[in-house]
Design a protein around this ligand. Sequence first.
Ligand code: AGP
Length: 612
Amino acid sequence: MCGIVGYIGTKKASPILINGLLRLEYRGYDSAGIATIEKDGISLMKDKGRVKNLYNLEGIDDLEGTIGIAHTRWATHGKPSKENSHPHIDNSKTFSVVHNGIIENYHELREFLADNGYTFYSQTDTEVIPNLIHYYYSKDEKNDELKFLRAVRNACKDLKGSFAIEVVCKDYPDNMIVVRKDSPLVIGKGDGENYISSDIPAILSFTRDFYLLNDLEFVILSRNDAKFYDIDLKPIDKKTKTIEWNASSAEKDGFDDYMLKEIYEQPTAIRETIGSKLTENSKCEFEDLTFTKEYLQSINKIYIVACGTAMHAGLAGKNAIEKLCKIPTEVDIASEFRYRDPIIDEKTLCIFISQSGETADTIAALKLSREKGAKTLAISNVIGSSITREADYSIYTHAGPEIAVASTKAYTSQVVLLILLSIYFAELLEIKNEDIANLKKEVLELPKKIEETLKTSEVVKEFSKKVYQEKDMFFLGRGIDETVAKEGSLKLKEISYIHAESYAAGELKHGPIALIENDVTVIGIMTDPKLVEKTISNIQEVVTRGAKTLIVTNQDIDDKRFDMVIHIPHTNTFVSPILSIIPLQLFSYYISKEKGLDVDKPRNLAKSVTVE
Ligand code: AGP
């Protein structure tokens, strides 16, 4: 939520900042702005609307400053407007700040500052920050090189909530200060320049060497240096980490949209995620995991906790862990988990899944589980992301940067990683299960089968054209196929704005079937040979009531009964979600395109949800 970019170097900052914002727009796009340090002080350019609107602002081309901060907003406090856009500036125009996160005690701070003569011009929580920094700055009688840092640190001590902030000060025209707490921020090290961003892909074309910040580490940046301090202002030694992603992985590479590119990247994402963890004839290995048979025998429950699509991947994980390892596994929505007083102790293993690794609810659920004595394992796509720094263990999907708001390759990579994890657990537990050998073979064949599945694209597109004007759709499945129905329905809602519901197919007749009328579109998923006949019967019930039907299946069924049947390669039910979701990803994509919508940046949504 909200994207932050910063630059300090020798080049003109404004084009670099705007370019970075364009890449971060998927994090929020209600308004945008930049602040640069010019010869006569801080220049502020901002407006509501998309980042590209910045190009129309008068004077934007005349900016010469080589230091600047920038922001693209996903509104929380105060509607999208010029006044509420970032950067914000203090009353004396000494400090300018961009902020991602939420300042929970901003009311009290606003009152405190108002009592001290400060005036506010926006409805945002952020505007307290530059003024609070100024408050401490003006009270500090020492005029040394750390005065700017002290003011920022003192202000941050008063802030409750989450924040990633960049601050520039007109009195320190060759510096910038950045700090984060529970909100993402990385620093890219260049040659005689430093880049700051909410995430790595936005600045990958400039550098692959990154400083990853922990909470409340303060950084004074200059062109050639980055100095790190803890909350007591003691210097910290920090090394850069080289990121393996290449710059083109964050480009569209000839595709119309990131989402389509990411759908087509799934064979590679799965291949990379499997990596060397699995071969047909050896045990499944996770370099970074040191679980023992004794520990796994000691746990009596696994929780998988995540949000949205990541939670749907968790459902496929539960299926694999319970079936292979016989450990009871519950899947929970992170935002609910932490408030429902879950039963957790040292005999619980808690697994947290987050593509971005920055989802506030998931991080909070992890912290709670740790406090209650559970071991925590994070699954993320972003090396060094917050969740991986909080967890006892971390393992990674290697999907490459996922830019489109609607998650595709991250989901399938998460499912495959969870299946590998369940094989790893089962082998550690020395469980003799003939399914395991077959499962390994199926996993290794996945990239090829995904390529096959992608060939259904044209048929899916054809069906999408017939139904894109519909208002409601239903996704039905049983067993593992119900989890895919959930994910298919979420994808459709997100990018096509069509109302979609998912149900366990057998549940329909207990109420929702009342909604089925002539021409309503129903999508059925059938990959479990044990359940296919039962699901067909349920779909038959909606056909009788006039529904149009699209079926995704790997079974031999009588196609004539349905309006369209998408046949996907045969596989077992552990890995089938990885294949059966692909036509549904394409379905949502083509419907969104038919409707002329912005596929990559759907309304009201942000890629990374860093607020509760
Ligand atoms: C997926 O299409 C969604 N944009 C959303 O549900 C997402 O999966 C969820 O917000 C979790 O994000 P995370 O994986 O980065 O934690």
